[in-house]
Design a protein around this ligand. Structure first.
Ligand SMILES: [Zn+2]
Length: 282
């Protein structure tokens, strides 16, 4: 590990970051950069694949779009079973268990913080593994809905198992004619991922939960985010208003690098940096 000087952040930086935790629990805001080591692409990072965002308006208005979505989700689920929390997620769970953090606020929808053992997790943009009914607001797991997809479309997954996989993990299924879309088992309403998509707003109660974590914290640590998302910047402003110091771990520049509130800035990977900080605080 010591020989990998390009990747390993300097000892003094790690010590400066650890020092930030010495004054009391820290709030942590994470973005896509913490999950890239788990094999989930960062659409904003350098060298990232072309963005293929979900068009939620089209999803809601067009049955054919929903057929393609569910068919892609079903086939994609055959290939993405290997995605697991990485050393960065695990280090944050360890820091929380040791009373070093107030919890995690995340822009990610991959659910990896909870799977790593983090208990207090505010998911600003929702959770891709949860499906909600747009009519009655009941929620189901994505897996449960995919089982219903199989009931409605027997043999479909087997017939298309070799379809190409898009960067977001869902498959590109060419022919979805005749595919039946699972509706809400309770009311028949349209089901959608419980995710805040581009053009939608973070629910006020969710933002308030993130705000509460920042208000209880002694510092705000930003990990794997360039702060291109407006909600993240709003939380930074809340922290600054309370005079909290900021720290940044990110590959490449962020929107806050020049702010006087930034005490520590580490241009590096989330996994190795967080693991080193957790080890320094043990
Ligand atoms: Zn319903």
């Amino acid at each position: 590990m010591e020989s990998d000087e390009d990747r390993a952040p300097g000892r003094d930086r790690i010590d400066a970051l650890a020092e930030l935790f010495a004054h009391g629990p820290v709030a942590v805001l994470t973005g896509a950069g913490i999950s890239t080591d788990s094999g989930i692409p960062d659409y904003r990072g350098e060298g990232s694949p072309p963005r293929s965002p979900m068009n939620i308006a089209q999803f809601m208005g067009d049955e054919a779009y929903r057929r393609r979505f569910w068919a892609g989700a079903r086939i994609g689920s055959l290939r993405t079973g290997g995605i697991a929390p990485n050393a960065g997620h695990l280090a944050l769970a360890r820091l929380e268990a040791a009373g070093r953090t107030e919890g995690v606020i995340t822009q990610n929808v991959d659910g990896l913080h909870r799977r790593a053992g983090s208990r207090t997790v505010v998911e600003l943009h929702g959770h891709g593994g949860t499906i909600r009914c747009t009519a009655c607001e009941r929620r189901w797991s994505r897996d449960a809905v995919l089982v219903r997809f199989d009931d409605l479309n027997p043999g479909f997954a087997e017939r298309h198992a070799d379809a190409e996989i898009a960067p977001d993990g869902d498959a590109i299924v060419r022919s979805t004619d005749g595919v039946l879309v699972p509706g809400c088992p309770e009311c028949g309403g349209i089901l959608r991922p419980d995710v805040v998509y581009f053009g939608e707003t973070v629910p006020p109660a969710v933002f308030a939960a993130g705000e509460d974590l920042v208000h209880e914290a002694h510092a705000l640590l930003l990990v794997g985010t360039s702060l291109a998302v407006n909600t993240g910047i709003r939380l930074v402003h809340r922290a600054e208003r309370r005079g909290l110091p900021l720290a940044v771990i990110n590959r490449g520049p962020t929107a806050v690098d020049q702010r006087p509130s930034v005490r520590v800035r580490i241009d590096g990977g989330a996994s190795e940096t967080l693991a080193a900080v957790a080890a320094a605080l043990d």
